[in-house]
Design a protein around this ligand. Sequence first.
Ligand code: CU1
Length: 151
Amino acid sequence: MRVVRSLAIVSLLAISGGAFGADKVCKLDIAGSDAKQFDKKEISVAADCTSVAVTLTHSGKLPAQAMGHNWVLSKTADMQGVVNDGMGAPFAANHIKAGDPRVIAHTKIVGGGQSDTVTFATSALKQGEAYSFFCTFPGHSALMKGVFKFG
Ligand code: CU1
């Protein structure tokens, strides 16, 4: 009994760890297909979300080496640079340049039937800034991109 009670207290502390005890994790889902498409062209995150959890699911059947997808977030102005450097980065590094400071958040590359979730704090985002999400698998971002709105 004593052990159970201590665990409960620890979880409560974890949940109310924010400055005002109002952490709000906003969950979003997006899917990538064998036809090299995301199922969303736009994602909106409300200003009161303190963090965002994006789950990317590959709705197709093709393996990651042939038709892999990731979900990458950057400022729209940084997107082309992130994509270009991603082409030169290895598959094992999810086609993202090591330590790329322009990447705000990214999932790993998934293949058919797989999914991955990335969680990031909205303190990394500014209201009014233009953000885009995209896939950095070589040749995919022309079709696989969308607008990410915060605030
Ligand atoms: Cu892709």
